[in-house]
Write a protein that binds this ligand. Sequence first.
Ligand SMILES: C[S@@+](CC[C@H](N)C(=O)[O-])C[C@H]1O[C@@H](n2cnc3c(N)ncnc32)[C@H](O)[C@@H]1O
Length: 227
Amino acid sequence: MHDRNHRQVRSYVLRQGRITPAQRKALDDHLQTYGLTHDDHPCDPNHIFGRTAPKVLEIGAGAGEFTLQAASRHPENDYLAVEVHKPGIGSLLQGIVARRLANIRVVNQDVVEVLTHLVPAASLDQVMIFFPDPWPKRRHHKRRLINSGFLTLLANRMKSHARLYVATDCEDMAVEILSLCDGQPGLQNLAGRGRFAPRPVWRPLTRFEQRGRRLGHTVFDLVYGLR
Ligand SMILES: C[S@@+](CC[C@H](N)C(=O)[O-])C[C@H]1O[C@@H](n2cnc3c(N)ncnc32)[C@H](O)[C@@H]1O
């Protein structure tokens, strides 16, 4: 039977991947405490965190290098980190516990489902998408996370004047994202139409970015404001 909610193309393939005993233990011990699922139904993020505070969403958080650093430096903000890869969530949970952070929640699900079912409209102050999977082969471009439908959904979940930060080391995807975001009616390129932004000073150098640098890749940053 045809399922209307079934998304045909996903932006990831779940790898079997190695999970370390420490990551497994962190998942077993702490996912219950810090994890949300999109079955939790849309609810006020202030309710989830138990306070009224700016909300920051990191999409494809990997091992959580950005979220852990930002949440430590900005206890005044609340962070929602979404990642489909379990070992990454395990590392992020280890970091949350080691640093005793109360301002992070994690979601181990597809961000499209999370935005659709869990995050209410006009609730996010900042959104970070650092190094989305590049899907370099042309026949795989349809798997790229950022497309115009995704941007429409995301913009709907952002508050007015919220910020969207993107970084990638895949040049043709950077150009594609620039064109898609510049063409999105709700978004304004803060570097000026058709321009990439300077690297935000606070953006940490993740392991993924270091690998790109070793390979000689240029990194492109984009910064948008919701009109
Ligand atoms: C190339 S990695 C970058 C990780 C991290 N942002 C960094 O800079 O190191 C991209 C991440 O996005 C995650 N991802 C891809 N599609 C996703 C989706 N639809 N929902 C949630 N996470 C996703 C992947 O599992 C992967 O960990």
